[in-house]
Ligand binder design. Structure first.
Ligand code: URA
Ligand code: CA
Length: 434
């Protein structure tokens, strides 16, 4: 087999066979096929696409390029959740305990990563003492004991995807639905999921800016799931404005605790119930979304969801007092209000800009070496559709002494637009692909 032949086939719109894709991806992972040939192939895929079978084969080859986590000694169906990424997305912190409280085992590998705020691992480290450095055996034992565990990723999962993603990043080939879909799905499959619930975000603060593209990506990922025998459901959700009110690590932990108490922001609560419902369905605990949501609400109302968080934090060495006293979380030095300059209705809150503001305050990592400040961030007092009077607080900055108050306040002001006309709050759930 020759790579040049496969590039030519793909260029001419011919699907590659399973063997050809194996040759290409394993050859690349082993350094036998050079970057320039893989980039030519990726560009051909960008223009010609891939059919469902090809996309599934590519996914499996990326899984095979590295370690696979074996969760078979955990009882029950392991359902993983993945979000395509947004601003202030606190869902994992809520979903884990909530779903575990309903009897679906939660065995989550999670990263730190770059971004506006930290990853789930960073957020959880807002609990003093919380550790995500578990051995795989301790991790599995903990899921069997208390129903939930989260560990930082140590295994070498999908190295071919890492290599290919870096290559796509510099060859203008990131934005290809089959390449994105296989990249995301390969990581979930390698992490040992039996079934997968995807939260595909759409809007200004999302990777997929339009609903149409988000739906295409969702459909591609669900198709991969069908081909490889991992049941997959995708929820398409709004990310035009940040999710919930908190954008920051400890602030989001506090927001998650409130949501587990049944006192969370409506948009975050609605999304968590929707995603949680499909996790229960795939986990075999409910037959319909209505039944699943009733079960989730019952676990919130009777306190078992919050109790599950307490046990989770305790098992991983964190300070459980925080669950009842969120004031013990890391705090910023100052809280400064950003006020509306005019009256009207909030028409838009640019999620991406608000995320960048949180990062400026120290909530996220600009480079791998940056350190996270757990206490800082932004709390939104208003959301799209709310009416405001001039002088009302739009948002509060949780900031360190000497932090960039003027710069961030000004950027936030410009990221929040106010109009004279009526604006409805956005629809949070845009659709479900099964
Ligand atoms: N996120 C991924 O993990 N992979 C992609 O290709 C794009 C976004
Ligand atoms: Ca939030």
């Amino acid at each position: 087999m020759r790579a040049s032949e496969m590039i030519r086939k793909k260029r001419d719109g011919v699907a590659l066979s399973s063997d050809e894709l194996r040759f290409l991806i394993q050859g690349y992972a082993e350094g036998k096929i050079p970057d320039y040939q893989l980039s030519a192939w990726a560009m051909a895929v960008y223009f010609q696409g891939m059919d469902a079978r090809e996309t599934a084969d590519l996914t499996l080859e990326m899984v095979r390029s590295g370690d696979e986590v074996n969760l078979s000694s955990i009882r029950g169906i392991k359902v993983d959740k993945h979000s395509t990424g947004g601003v202030g997305d606190t869902t994992t912190l809520v979903l884990g305990p909530m779903v575990a409280a309903c009897g679906v085992p939660v065995a989550k590998l999670s990263g730190r990563g770059l971004g506006h705020t930290g990853g789930t691992v960073d957020k959880l480290e807002s609990f003093p003492g919380f550790s995500t450095s578990l051995s795989i055996d301790a991790f599995i034992q903990q899921v069997n004991d208390i129903g939930i565990a989260l560990m930082g990723q140590t295994a070498d999962l999908t190295p071919a995807d890492k290599q290919l993603y870096a290559l796509r990043d510099v060859t203008a080939t990131v934005d290809s639905i089959p390449l994105i879909a296989s990249s995301i799905m390969s990581k979930k499959i390698a992490a040992g999921a039996d079934a997968i619930v995807l939260d595909v975000k759409t809007g200004a603060g999302a990777f997929m800016k339009t609903e149409e593209r988000a739906r295409e990506l969702a459909e591609a990922m669900v198709r991969i799931g069908k081909h490889v025998g991992r049941r997959t459901i995708a929820v398409i959700s709004d990310m035009d404005q940040p999710l919930g009110r908190a954008v920051g690590n400890a602030l989001e932990v506090r927001e998650a605790i409130e949501t587990l108490r049944g006192e969370g922001p409506p948009d975050l609560t609605e999304l968590c119930l929707e995603l949680g419902a499909y996790m229960l369905i795939l986990g075999g605990r409910a037959d319909t979304p209505e039944e699943a949501k009733a079960l989730l609400r019952a676990r919130i109302n009777d306190g078992t969801a919050l109790d599950q968080l307490r046990r989770f934090v305790q098992a991983q060495g964190g300070d459980t007092r925080v669950v009842d006293h969120p004031d013990l979380l890391p705090q910023a030095d100052e809280v400064i209000a950003v006020k509306a300059k005019r009256s009207g209705t909030v028409a838009a809150m640019e999620a991406e800009t608000i995320g960048l503001c949180a990062m400026k305050l120290g909530a996220g990592r600009e480079t791998k070496e940056s350190t996270i400040d757990h206490g800082v961030g932004i709390e939104l007092e208003k959301k799209v559709g709310d009416s405001v009077q001039a002088g009302d607080t739009l948002a509060t900055l949780h900031i360190r002494k000497g932090g960039p108050v003027a710069e961030v306040s000004e950027t936030l002001q410009s990221a929040i637009s106010i109009t004279d006309t009526n604006v409805s709050p956005p629809v949070q759930i845009k659709g479900v692909v099964t």
